[in-house]
Design a binder for this molecule. Structure first.
Ligand code: ADP
Length: 478
């Protein structure tokens, strides 16, 4: 259903409800409302008169009773406890129900004395005046609880028929006007709401066809502005992802093609040239093996990264001593250290138990040390690994003394396939090392980062937050 039709429908329902309420209140129940208001007002006047009768002097009471009779258009009759008239004030020259017309005071006094509540309220037709009247009576009670007298009031009930017929006509007219106004308003409101939505839908269709530069126009109200902003942001992000995907395919095919070309070239060389020369053949075969290793490393890294990022790899958490773990990793690098003259120093803190995925954290530290070896200064060939127990958790730092990283590059190095070209690497790198580090640390929700200034080396760090607490005796909980 179109928005304008829906809004029109709502407006029409609203008009019907208003019409119904007005009809009920102003036509059906008007008479009843009027009567109950009249009774309430009369009862209020009766209360005021009774309290004036008990508190004021005769002269003062008569004055205020006369005023009240005039103001409320009422006839007043006050009788003492024996039924003798004490005060009376008639607005109709003795033609009211109490004085002259109808059954008279005596009848209503009897009625009042017989009533259990001490109050009577009667609606009676006055034949003399030819209109309906209200007779209200109440028993006056003194402070000692004894009956001090009786009060009777008589006031006319205004006929409602003509008022009701006027209101009926007015209600009809208002309803027709409301219906017309509602129809115009609903069209107007529908236009205000739907125009931005229509525009945004057009832009979204362009986006669906691959136009990532589409601008979503903001509408005339906050929600449409928010939607337009969100969609513009989504379009920007989509274009980035698209560009990243294209880069990835280009880089992957480039990185796969290079070793494959080498493999083919050296295999042909062995077949055509060096097949009978054992020394050359050995040399060429070694290159083939090296390239195959590089290829399988790349494929493995790509596979691992895609598994980590797609969320198919779950964390296998276990409790282990992080100090021992780092020491073992550093120990693994001793071979390289000795062969190529690198020195990897480890500065441990107090031994500490952590609960995380040991294999993956091992991979993170290994990748960071690999990079540190590759990028540390070729003069002193030093790499510093440190464990620092902090209130936030165990912080692991890997520092090198290399050229450092420029600020704008820091933002890029953790991104897939960002790699500085033309850098001679001591340890084989696929350009995915830091992406894997980032994926693993994000999976653990650990903080990580790089502190680096060009020329001063870099410190890659991360903080393991899941430290296993010690009990009162200082032992670690397993
Ligand atoms: P790779 O080292 O194989 O290029 P990585 O993902 O491990 O791939 O690193 C991405 C990039 O980050 C590197 O190409 C390099 O430019 C930069 N980088 C990483 N570690 C260091 C470091 N310790 N010092 C300076 N630059 C670094």
């Amino acid at each position: 259903m179109r928005l304008s039709v829906k809004i029109w429908l709502f407006f029409m329902i609203f008009v019907c409800v208003v019409f119904l309420l007005m009809w009920l209140f102003q036509v059906v129940f008007l008479e009843r409302f009027y009567e109950s208001f009249k009774i309430r007002d009369t009862a209020k006047v009766a209360d005021q008169l009774v309290s004036a009768y008990h508190t004021k002097t005769d002269e003062a009471f008569e004055k205020s009773a006369c005023e009240m009779a005039l103001r409320n258009e009422m006839c007043i009759e006050i009788l003492d406890s024996d039924g003798r008239e004490v005060y009376y004030d008639c607005m109709y020259n003795g033609k009211c129900l109490l004085h002259g017309a109808g059954s008279g005071t005596f009848f209503y006094l009897m009625d009042l004395q017989q009533s259990d509540s001490g109050v009577i309220c009667r609606r009676i037709f006055n034949n003399t005046l030819q209109n309906e009247m209200l007779v209200y009576g109440c028993t006056m009670v003194g402070s000692d609880g004894g009956v001090t007298g009786y009060l009777l009031l008589n006031s006319p009930i205004v006929p409602m028929e003509s008022t009701i017929s006027i209101l009926k006509r007015q209600t009809m007219q208002i309803t027709v006007l409301l219906a017309i106004f509602g129809a115009v308003m609903s069209l107007f409101v529908a236009r205000i709401i739907s125009t931005p939505i229509v525009k945004i839908t057009h832009s979204a269709k362009r986006l669906a066809h691959g136009d990532y530069g589409t601008q979503f126009e903001s509408g005339g109200y906050a929600e449409a502005d928010d939607l337009a902003q969100t969609l513009t942001y989504a379009a920007r992000e989509l274009s980035k992802t698209d560009a990243m995907q294209r880069d990835l395919i280009a880089n992957v095919s480039h990185d796969l093609r290079t070793p494959l070309t080498m493999l083919k070239a050296y295999a042909e060389m062995i077949r055509d040239l060096s097949g009978n020369d054992p020394v050359k053949r050995e040399q060429h075969l070694n290159i083939i093996i090296e390239e195959t290793d590089r290829l399988s490393l790349l494929v493995n890294d790509m596979l691992d990264l895609s598994k980590l990022e797609s969320g198919t790899q779950k964390l296998e958490r276990s409790v282990f001593d992080i100090t021992q773990c780092v020491a073992e990793i550093v120990h693994r690098y001793e071979g390289i250290s000795e062969q190529m003259g690198y020195h990897i120093h480890f500065a441990p803190d107090e031994p500490c138990l952590v609960r995380c995925d040991a294999g993956k954290i091992d991979r993170v530290i290994g990748n960071l040390i690999n990079n540190a070896i590759n990028y540390t200064s070729k003069e002193d060939k030093q790499v510093f690994v440190a464990q620092k127990n902090t209130p936030q958790g165990v912080r692991i730092e890997v520092r090198d003394t290399g050229d450092g990283i420029e600020e704008e590059k820091i933002k890029l190095i953790f991104d897939q396939y960002y790699r500085s070209e033309n850098h001679k690497r001591e340890v084989m790198g696929t350009g995915l090392g830091l992406s894997i580090v980032k994926a693993i640390l994000k999976l653990h929700a650990y903080d990580y980062g790089v502190d680096s200034k060009p020329g001063e080396g870099s410190v890659f760090w991360f903080t393991i937050r899941d430290v296993v607490l010690k009990d009162e005796e200082g032992k670690n909980f397993a």
